[in-house]
Design a protein around this ligand. Structure first.
Ligand code: ADP
Ligand code: ZN
Ligand code: ZN
Length: 824
């Protein structure tokens, strides 16, 4: 509804952070016509009263045909906060991963930059002398009792729902101003700095000041401390923080205040990043070994040909050292480096390593930072002369507003954490980084000791260049791996809880030598299910079709899918028996049992539960690396790139649930996990030991791990993938349908599959996934396989059409479709 149609000269398409099929079009108010640019944030209302922060996508010279448009309520930024490249990147993600650009925006933009808070309307000062309608007058009168009005206030006052036009009218007449809460969403952190006033910043004047201060020794001392800190006479001038000055002896608030009064000092508030400046000098890089040097130069060669490189290097071969050399080259060219890690928890160790070589040039970005921190990094990266030459982050760091990216490093490229599962966009940061690099003509380096089958395949076919590092640094030997047959151990009654006699004695020996131990238990198997030993009853979640997991520390039964929790019952709900057993392999239980076997050992647990708090992970690792923890029990988290000196033994408690997971990547993942966790054993001067407990000691993956034989795994996997139509030979799209009503989702899934079949696609399903109900929604799953080489664009259109056709049915509209391209 637009009452000022005639007066508009421009229109803008904007992206709203919700799942809408297309950008929305709004009229540009006259006051913004000259300077509204793509990438600026604006405030718009969607539907009746919903207010959103939107990003200008395109400016249009003509209004859209066929419908009236509303006007933009407010412009937030004068300058774009999102670059054109970013919008292009968002668009690619939305198209490739089959979601809306609004969903990409929600993930890409820190939430402080996209608050959908309410607009506050203020009265203008003075209110111009114009003719107002009754409604307008009524609104203006309200300002006598309220400092500002919200849309709600106005709607109540006028007793009508659509108040936007009236408010728009008042804005046009310059009687009111719309202020966005959104503007206030981000408060930059400031810090007080002390400097000389422009009058005193002069040798002659300073000399005079010194003379005058002889009678005020404390002030004199303060001034001298300041001069010293500011580096005035040492050739390295810098700003002095008030807190820094206050930390000096004899300096006080009082003396600083006196000097300000005397017009010697002035105090300024300067916006600061929330990152410490270490002020350290740069260390020289390590001299690369011959092998590393060769790898480095091979990578440079490949980069000249604009090729993506896969650095395939065994654990501890010094991949990071090679990265450092490449980063240095890139910075020298005046470009930025993006260093991606699969897990934010890994950043702290890496920052410490990189800070030595690149002091004060590293920005860290990940989702566990609070919003203010994220916006600060965003803004710093946005400005052209960003002081961050290196951005270190988890997958969301792809979305920063880079200006001149030169190199993207994807470390541990095989890691599944690069893939976002929920919500959409379900993107893979490794794959998306290659697309992003093209937009900057930047290079990409993928690094891993256990590359994904896809990446290794690409390096075989020549799509990537493969560079290898086969020697571990310092020629440390790969760990010696022993397999323990759990079946035999049980037969001979050599098991104590989860631990074989061999494992217990190895742990014992390591502890005696004051060495450390890591015990790994797969997350997927760490469920501690409770079962009644009389009737077999297992408590399950009321929202999901899955058993509840026992958590001892809180004495609760919890659902790992929806978070539902209930107290552990005293007796079986079904038969009343009081004997309720615990089954399975919880890390918590492992920790407990271990403590009973080794009462004096210091044991810590590293899993999702113990690391929920922001710094918990870092603290745990710090304790471990300080040596205040002897045994670390953990899930997947312990496998990743940790570098500890005193770990001599790694135990894999139960390899079988890795091997027998119903997923086409199970063997690849099992190998990667076991190989990575083994890599934690014995770094520096000593060969480490690894013990794998399994019921299937002769399983081919176990023997591949024993021989550290990635190539054999690769050959075998490739064969199977080809035979059974999986990546890299086929591309997969998984579609999950969800609804509260079982029959509705089942019918929709059938209809959808039928519609797809009309399009002659290779479809598997629909079927109920292993967990068929989550958060009270029933699930059906379909898998589409596409031969490489066919037009994905076409297939995606077919899928979209099939969804539209399916939704023609009334009941199917209550079914939601979740599309996952390249599921992981
Ligand atoms: P990767 O990333 O391949 O697992 P790292 O880069 O972590 O290997 O190297 C393993 C260890 O060897 C690290 O402690 C690293 O500092 C050391 N190292 C590797 N290369 C060199 C070198 N050229 N000079 C000195 N130390 C090195
Ligand atoms: Zn029972
Ligand atoms: Zn649940």
């Amino acid at each position: 509804m637009n009452i000022f149609h005639e007066s508009y000269a421009l229109w803008a398409e904007v992206i709203v952070p919700i799942a809408l099929p297309k950008p929305l079009t709004y009229a540009v108010p006259e006051r913004y016509v000259t300077n509204l640019k793509p990438g600026c944030r604006v405030v718009v209302s969607v539907g009746k009263q919903k207010i959103y922060t939107a990003i200008v996508y395109r400016i249009l010279k003509n209004p859209p045909d066929g419908f009236d448009v509303k006007s933009i309520l407010e412009r937030i930024d004068e300058y774009p906060v999102v670059t054109e490249r970013q919008i292009e990147f968002w668009k690619w993600i939305a198209e490739y991963y089959m979601c809306t650009i609004g969903e990409v925006m929600s993930v890409a933009l820190p939430s402080a930059l996209r608050l959908s808070g309410e607009t506050h309307f203020f009265s203008a000062h003075p209110v111009p002398e114009v003719v107002l309608s009754d409604r307008e007058n009524a609104i203006m009168l309200m300002f006598q009792s309220k400092p500002y009005l919200t849309i709600d206030d106005v709607a109540k006052l006028l007793g009508i729902k659509t108040v936007q036009p009236v408010l728009n009218g008042l804005i046009q007449k310059k009687c009111i101003i719309a202020e966005q809460e959104m503007k206030k969403g981000f408060i930059p952190k400031t810090e007080s700095y002390i400097s000389l006033t422009s009058d005193s910043d002069n040798e002659d004047v300073l000399k005079q000041v010194f003379d005058d201060l002889v009678k005020a020794p404390a002030q004199l001392e303060t001034l001298m401390r300041f001069i010293h800190l500011s580096g005035r006479y040492t050739g390295k001038p810098r700003n002095v923080k008030k807190t820094e000055l206050l930390a000096c002896e004899k300096v006080s608030y009082q003396t600083i205040r006196e000097l300000i009064k005397k017009n010697v000092f002035e105090e300024k508030l300067i916006e600061v990043g929330r990152f410490h400046m270490s002020g350290k000098d740069e260390s020289a890089p390590y001299a690369l070994t011959d092998e590393q040097l060769q790898a480095y130069s091979n990578i440079q060669q490949a980069f000249l040909q604009k090729k993506t490189v896969l650095l395939y290097g065994v654990t501890s071969s010094g991949k990071t050292e090679v990265y450092v050399s490449l980063i240095r080259d890139c910075i020298k060219e005046g470009k930025q480096v993006l260093y991606l890690l699969p897990e934010i928890a890994l950043t702290s160790q890496l920052i410490q390593r990189l800070e030595k070589f690149f002091p004060d040039q590293i920005g860290v970005y990940h989702s566990r930072f609070n919003d203010h921190e994220r916006v600060e990094i965003w803004n710093t990266v946005l400005c052209n002369e960003s002081r961050f030459k290196i951005i270190l982050g988890a997958r969301s760091a792809l979305f920063l507003p880079y200006q001149n990216l030169g190199l993207i490093i994807v470390d541990e490229e095989h890691d599944a954490s690069y893939k976002q599962q929920d919500p959409a966009p379900r993107y893979n940061a490794r794959d998306a980084s290659i697309v992003l690099s093209k937009m900057f003509d930047a290079r990409v380096l993928l690094g891993s000791a256990t590359p994904s089958i896809e990446s290794f395949f690409n390096s075989q076919t020549g799509k990537y260049v493969r560079v290898e590092l086969n020697k571990r640094f310092g020629s440390i030997e790969l760990p010696q791996i022993t397999v323990v047959d759990l079946k035999k151990e049980h037969q001979h009654k050599r098991m104590q809880s989860f631990f074989s006699t061999t494992l217990i004695s190895e742990i014992q020996q390591a502890l005696e030598r004051r060495e450390q131990v890591i015990l790994f238990q797969n997350r997927r198997g760490y469920s501690l299910v409770v079962q009644c030993s009389d009737c077999g009853w297992i408590p399950s979640c009321k929202n999901c079709d899955i058993s509840l997991i026992y958590h001892k520390s809180s004495s609760q039964l919890r659902c790992h899918y929806c978070g539902y929790a209930e107290p552990m019952p005293d007796a079986c709900i079904s038969c009343g028996s009081v004997v309720v057993d615990q089954k399975g392999f919880g890390t918590e239980k492992i920790e407990d049992d271990l403590q009973q076997i080794f009462p004096t050992a210091r044991i810590a647990r590293l899993d999702l539960d113990t690391t929920r708090k922001k710094n918990a992970y870092q603290q745990l690792l710090q304790h471990f690396s300080d040596g205040t923890v002897d045994i670390l029990v953990g899930t997947q988290m312990v496998t990743k790139g940790l570098d500890f000196d005193r770990v001599s033994l790694v135990g894999i408690l139960h390899a079988d649930n890795l091997l027998h997971f119903p997923d086409f990547r199970a063997h690849e993942r099992a190998f990667q996990l076991m190989e990575q966790v083994s890599g934690r054993a014995g770094r520096r001067d000593k060969q480490g030991r690894v013990l794998i407990q399994t019921y299937h000691p002769t399983h081919q993956v176990i023997s591949q791990v024993l021989r550290h034989d990635y190539l054999s795994l690769y050959a075998q996997e490739l064969n199977e993938r080809q035979q059974f139509h999986y990546p890299p030979f086929y591309k997969l799209i998984e579609i999950v349908l969800k609804a509260r009503d079982y029959n509705e989702v089942k019918d929709a899934a059938k209809q959808f599959a039928f519609n797809l079949q009309q399009q002659s696609l290779m479809i598997y399903g629909p079927e109920v996934p292993p967990v068929g109900r989550i958060r009270n929604q029933f699930l059906f799953r379909l898998l589409i396989k596409m031969e490489t080489g066919i037009s994905y664009q076409l297939v995606k259109e077919m899928i979209s059409n099939a969804i539209i056709a399916t939704r023609k049915n009334e009941a199917a509209r209550r079914v939601s479709f979740h599309i996952d391209v390249d599921p992981c």
